[in-house]
Design a protein around this ligand. Structure first.
Ligand code: ATP
Length: 289
């Protein structure tokens, strides 16, 4: 392989817990969340570092813009600016595997991986600078620099890696309908008057750290989901299908992807085998996480 090329994978995420705490003066929403990396789906990115200046992107998915709206572009532009490397250039080949605008952070993950690849190649910025560039691109981008289970507050950037005492693979199933939902829409439709006190962040954190599936099942929360379920009846239908197999469903991030946590592998496998054809015929991506 060419020494001016770096290849990386960009994995997805979900939020096992997402509590909206309040509106901030900067118009972002203060949240408490638990991020879980999802490695079952991923993008592949090939970065070629060029002698001539400029940024170019090619993408396998026509719905993803390849100009300065692409989060990889934003990441590259910001890195060059911050590192005073405006005479340098990069071309990025982006193979999308993550569902787009699906609440699984695909674009944010690409941005984080772009920053990491540029840092690997140029080694120009201290870690704190890389982190603040990440946050200036999007609230979820700092998480993807770490890409390990974390709890988070603030906009989702005050990250605490979870201290896992018992490593287990949580049996999850994901259903990603083919339509996009913008995070902006989801965050502007929170019904602030109907939010509950429980479940609480510390229980979700404990559930993950101790590998306690039952505790985690009872601690799943997403304050964005009420508006999404109301707007998209298909999501309610997916919820009841998951429930009928014993799964506890939750909208992933800002949706529309839905996932469910099962008590064990056997329960998850049963649903997967019985329902995969149905989901495929309904054009819903159905995969294990
Ligand atoms: P999040 O959970 O962070 O809100 P998401 O999974 O809901 O993310 P993304 O896949 O990041 O959403 O895409 C959101 C929007 O960003 C899309 O409308 C898309 O056009 C645009 N976008 C910009 N860059 C990318 C990228 N590299 N990959 C996917 N979408 C991108």
């Amino acid at each position: 392989m060419n020494e001016n090329m770096i290849i990386k994978k960009a994995y997805a995420k979900t939020n096992l817990f997402l509590r909206t705490v309040g509106k901030r003066p900067d118009s972002f929403t203060e949240i408490e969340t638990v991020f879980l990396p999802v490695t079952a789906v991923r993008d592949s990115l090939a970065f070629s570092f060029e002698k001539s200046p400029g940024i170019s992107i090619r993408c396998t998915d026509d719905s993803v813009p390849c100009d300065n709206r692409n989060l990889c572009w934003k990441a590259a532009e910001k890195y060059y600016e911050k590192a005073c490397l405006k005479n340098k250039g990069i071309s990025i080949d982006l193979e999308k595997g993550n569902p787009v605008a699906a609440g699984m952070g695909g674009g944010s993950s690409d941005a984080a991986v772009t920053l990491l690849a540029m840092q690997e190649y140029y080694q120009c910025l201290p870690e704190e600078e890389l982190f603040s560039l990440a946050l200036s691109i999007g609230s979820d981008v700092p998480f993807f620099l770490k890409n390990t289970p974390c709890s988070a507050t603030g906009r989702g950037e005050k990250l605490t890696p979870l201290s896992i005492k018992k490593t287990i693979h949580f049996p999850l199933l994901f259903a990603a309908p083919g339509f996009p939902v913008s995070a902006k829409w989801a965050y502007s439709h929170i019904n602030w008057t109907s939010l509950e006190e429980a479940p609480v962040l510390s229980d979700a954190v404990k559930g993950v750290e101790e590998g306690d599936i039952l505790l985690l099942k009872n601690s799943l929360r997403n304050d964005l989901q009420k508006a999404l379920l109301k707007k998209f009846p298909l999501l309610e239908m997916i919820f009841s299908r998951f429930r009928s197999y014993g799964g506890t469903p939750l909208v992933s991030g800002s949706g529309p992807t839905v996932f469910a946590l099962f008590e064990d592998e056997k329960a998850r496998e049963k649903m997967f085998e019985k329902e995969k054809e149905y989901f495929s015929s309904a054009n819903i991506r159905f995969f294990k996480g």
